[in-house]
Write a protein that binds this ligand. Structure first.
Ligand SMILES: [Zn+2]
Length: 952
């Protein structure tokens, strides 16, 4: 029926329109055969070589390496007048990141002018009458951005990018040539070339095209898994932190071009997915417009797919809530951002068998992406005028809403850690958010903090940073800076209904999966631990614009000291300086008690570098490093203290050693946990380490290391791979002075009954054992052993197990609180911010100057407090009536009840060493900086501070 209607439309409308701007419809193509053919959109320009001609194989029969892709690109570029290629930068493995602009030769000749038009449309402070706006729009092509294979192992997406480029350059099909007169297509052919290459090198070696799901070629091995980039970051979560070069360069290009339509191509789902999107949708987006456009593009794609009778689904799974994806992030910048998912390729290989014995092939999966891209282009061209009008309106409304909303300004007084503040402001800067700084003190009558306290009058000094939401980028500013983003009530109600149904079901009955896709809270000020407030006040303040990259003023280099140099761990720079000096062979010590020197009291953990214990070159080195890192160093000319019992000569000042760190890599670690811990050590603190496998850990000489870090991973995987012998070896090494640091699932393993490295246990675990009667664990919420297990249910953006709330592993049976009994087993928390109490008298909390810390909590593994060690972070509030929740989703009558009193960070003394358990990832996704000092304290102070209480 649909086919007949389509033929009718073709007959009715097949008049060739001249391709002038302002017309709303492009020429429909003639009806196509039902069988897809990569070459049925001709006639073709013979001068542009087909990819197959250059490569030697047809689409989908082999994986294209990045180098071969570049050969195809060069061959096509040489002969094309529709292409301009820009180099965005280099990946960590020195591959070139490209952006291709494809359009009519006439448009390419005026790209700069087109970009100027878009900049004018996106700035509502450039006043335009309706007539002026319409005249600007009449001469401005739409900008459509296609990106492919941000997850490098989603191979159909990568191949599709190349074939879309070929079709746009070579086809003389009127639908394409006319669309290119109305649209500039930007193609990001692969946002993750390093991950792509890792995957295809392996697959091309072993792939023989077997459809069996258990065939060797379908195994996604840890070390060749291409989902992540070189540093094992998931780039489709990185648009909040913008921590990776691939994200930074793409964001910069995006900001320069300001596209109106974005399609981000992934794989592999049960059938093809395109929007309308699932709930929840970020509340900062203009809901009605956004949904109307998703529907428009969805219907356009559906028409194209229905021609072939292809399967697809909409409105399921892929939400637009967390702002770190390549659909939500562009949408907050005024585009219609969309995620497209194809069925096959990737870990499903060249061929994969479905449950009805039919097969999905890589070729067909590429074909679907190509079809969706081209349908999107045609829909965009058809709706060019309306889409540009709405683009303009997005910024007009953003300015209006920012000036009239409940929150007008975010206020950040001068930071305790200027280095971290600079990184925080850098993220805002990369989003194009306008930032101001006060030039005189201001008083804010009603200022709110981030912890739910009543508003009070506060004074802010000169140099306070202000983000005013009455700006064109107000929506993205609010999405990143607000305390929390509410989720759709309809969505939340559905989750609660699922919970109630699940609670009524028997322990063996399958449970409804919850639909939280990712973290439900990410507030950047909390994550960075910067002092932050907001207000509705709109009175004029004395401010100046901060432009360009903000760099903190470097403190003056210290004068030459007679006795010692002193500096604190209150800033990341302080640690960097101490570690750099240790690296260079200087002797650095630390005060285990508050230190009195130079007429003031320095906090616990303060670094002391003594002149008479070091080489004569010390002064020059301290002065140079303090300047380059930006650390205030106090020189001392005497060891005499004016008061108190702890001076630089005190026995309470202990010697530090250069940390020798082994960081576990490979199975059973979660790749992104390894990546995050690595980034924290290397990038934030300048610490080196040796990556080691479990096999190496079992055989190497542990005595060479002061710390071993076990990243998050499967607890049962740790137990299996380390074995009793491995555990015994680690235990003996800790007893001799080693510091063992375990994160997430590794901490769960350490707290396991057979390991006995802590007296902490897992909340509700006994209940679980009873309920499951020793069955396979159904509540493994930390990572599965395979880095991509769990992606079957949510493959596209699927995280790595632990980050999914109710992933494919099922939902644990819940406490019987519907019958009035108190809950005993935690329900999985989908990444929410909760407050923890800090024990400030322990070496793990050195440098932390507040009594409570906001923590990102995820999963359902809560640790009871240790009876034998120190619970450095506990989920408590001084007043029990104050909720633990700061932001994000928690389960009513479950999370707060079961979490209260549990520990988020435990230090367990063992012999001369320590076992340190982090319930949650410190430094999560490089968004969460407030907790990274806790990790560095473990590796830096742990080996030096044994059998010493630091509570004096
Ligand atoms: Zn993906």
């Amino acid at each position: 029926m649909r086919f007949s209607l389509y033929v009718f439309l073709v007959l009715a409308l097949s008049v060739s329109f001249p391709s002038l701007f302002g017309q709303t419809r492009v020429t429909p193509r003639a009806a196509e055969p039902r069988e897809f053919d990569f070459y049925n959109r001709g006639p073709w320009r013979a001068t542009i070589p087909r990819p197959a001609t250059v490569l030697g194989y047809e689409p989908g029969s082999f994986h294209t390496t990045y180098g071969n892709y570049e050969k195809v690109l060069r061959a096509m570029a040489e002969k094309s007048d529709r292409l301009r290629t820009f180099e965005l930068g280099k990946t960590p493995e020195y591959r070139t990141l490209y952006l291709h602009a494809v359009s009519s030769p006439a448009n390419l000749a005026r790209l700069e002018e087109i970009r100027t038009h878009h900049r004018r449309l996106a700035d509502p402070r450039v006043r335009l009458s309706d007539a002026e706006r319409d005249s600007l729009i009449a001469k401005t092509p739409l900008i459509v951005w296609f990106s492919y294979a941000i997850h490098g192992d989603e191979s159909a997406a990568f191949e599709a990018g190349m074939h879309v480029l070929y079709q746009l350059l070579a086809s003389e099909d009127a639908a394409i040539t006319e669309a290119l007169e109305r649209v500039v297509v930007l193609i990001n052919p692969c946002q993750n070339p390093d991950g792509h290459e890792r995957f295809v090198a392996w697959y091309n070696t072993h792939g023989i095209g077997r459809p069996e799901p258990f065939a060797w070629e379908k195994e996604n091995h840890w070390n060749v898994s291409g989902r992540y980039n070189h540093f094992y970051f998931d780039l489709n979560r990185d648009m909040i932190a913008l921590s990776q070069v691939e994200s930074q360069t793409a964001a910069a290009a995006f900001r320069e071009w300001r596209p109106q339509v974005v399609a981000d191509h992934h794989g592999e789902t049960p059938s093809y997915f395109f929007p309308p999107a699932a709930l929840p949708i970020n509340h900062n987006l203009p809901r009605a417009d956004y949904e109307r456009w998703l529907d428009t593009f969805g219907r356009g794609n559906a028409r194209a797919f229905d021609r072939y009778g292809w399967m697809y689904f909409v409105r399921d799974t892929f939400d637009v809530f967390y702002p770190g994806y390549w659909d939500s992030w562009p949408s907050l910048h005024g585009a219609t951002g969309m995620t497209y998912e194809t069925e096959g390729g990737g870990h499903r290989g060249f061929r994969d068998r479905r449950d009805d014995e039919t097969e999905v092939t890589l070729r067909e999966s590429i074909a679907m992406h190509v079809t969706a891209s081209l349908a999107t282009l045609e829909t965009a061209a058809e709706h060019r005028v309306r889409r540009l009008q709405d683009f303009r309106q997005f910024f007009v409304d953003a300015l209006r809403d920012g000036a009239s909303g409940a929150v007008r300004r975010y206020v950040f007084p001068p930071a305790a850690d200027p280095g971290r503040m600079a990184r925080f402001l850098d993220i805002l800067n990369r989003n194009g958010i306008e930032i101001e700084r006060t030039t005189a003190p201001i008083a804010v009558t009603e200022s709110f903090d981030y912890f739910g306290n009543a508003p009070i009058k506060r004074d802010f000094p000169v140099g306070t940073v202000v983000v005013d939401l009455a700006q064109p980028q107000g929506r993205v500013a609010k999405a990143l800076l607000e305390l929390e983003s509410p989720q759709d009530a309809e969505f939340l109600l559905r989750q609660e209904e699922k919970r109630q149904r699940n609670e009524k079901r028997g322990k063996k009955a399958p449970k409804d999966e919850y639909e939280f896709y990712d973290f439900t809270a990410w507030s950047l000020p909390l994550a960075f631990g910067v002092d932050a407030y907001w207000t509705a006040e709109s009175a004029a303040w004395p401010t100046e614009k901060l432009t360009g990259v903000w760099k903190p003023e470097s403190p003056a280099a210290p004068a030459e000291a007679n006795t010692a140099y002193v500096f604190t761990p209150e800033t990341e720079g302080g640690y960097r300086l101490a570690l750099a000096l240790l690296n260079d062979g200087y002797r650095v010590a630390a005060a285990t008690r508050p230190l009195r020197a130079a007429g003031r009291t320095f906090p616990r953990g303060t670094f002391v570098v003594r002149v008479d214990r070091n080489a004569r070159s010390l002064h020059a080195q301290v002065a140079a490093l303090a300047k380059s890192i930006g650390v205030t160093v106090t020189p001392l000319d005497t060891a005499y203290t004016d008061e108190g019992i702890t001076g630089v000569g005190s026995g309470a000042v202990v010697s530090l050693q250069r940390p020798q760190i082994a960081l576990l890599v490979g199975s059973p670690t979660r790749p992104t946990s390894y990546g995050t811990l690595r980034a924290v050590l290397e990038k934030i603190y300048g610490l080196d380490f040796v990556p080691v496998s479990v096999a190496a850990l079992r055989t190497m000489r542990l005595g060479d290391f002061s710390s071993v870090i076990l990243p998050d991973g499967s607890a049962s995987g740790y137990a299996e791979s380390l074995g009793e012998e491995g555990v015994a070896k680690l235990k003996a090494w800790v007893e001799q002075g080693g510091t063992l640091i375990a994160v997430g699932g590794a901490a769960e393993f350490v707290a396991g009954k057979d390991v006995e490295l802590t007296t902490a246990t897992i909340v509700g675990r006994d209940e679980e054992t009873e309920e499951t009667d020793g069955e396979a664990k159904g509540v493994e919420t930390t990572a599965p052993v395979s880095p991509t297990a769990g992606e079957a249910a949510h493959p596209a953006r699927a995280t790595d197990g632990g980050e999914l709330v109710a992933g494919s592993t099922g939902v644990p049976s819940t406490p019987k609180d519907s019958t009035g009994k108190p809950p005993v087993k935690p329900l999985p928390v989908p990444g929410a911010i909760l407050r923890a109490q800090v024990d400030r008298f322990h070496f793990l909390s050195f440098g932390i100057e507040q009594d409570s810390l906001p923590l990102l909590v995820e999963g359902d593994t809560f640790f009871t407090a240790s009876k034998t060690g120190t619970n450095v972070l506990t989920f408590e509030t001084p007043d029990p009536a104050t909720p633990l929740r700061v932001a994000g989703f928690v389960w009513k009558d479950n999370t707060e009840i079961l979490l209260r009193g549990t520990a988020a960070l435990i230090e367990e003394p063992l012999g001369d060493g320590h076992v340190v358990l982090f319930a949650n990832e410190p430094g999560q996704r490089l968004i969460w900086h407030a907790t990274t000092p806790l990790l560095i304290n473990a590796v830096l102070y742990g080996p030096a501070i044994n059998h010493i209480a630091t509570g004096y």
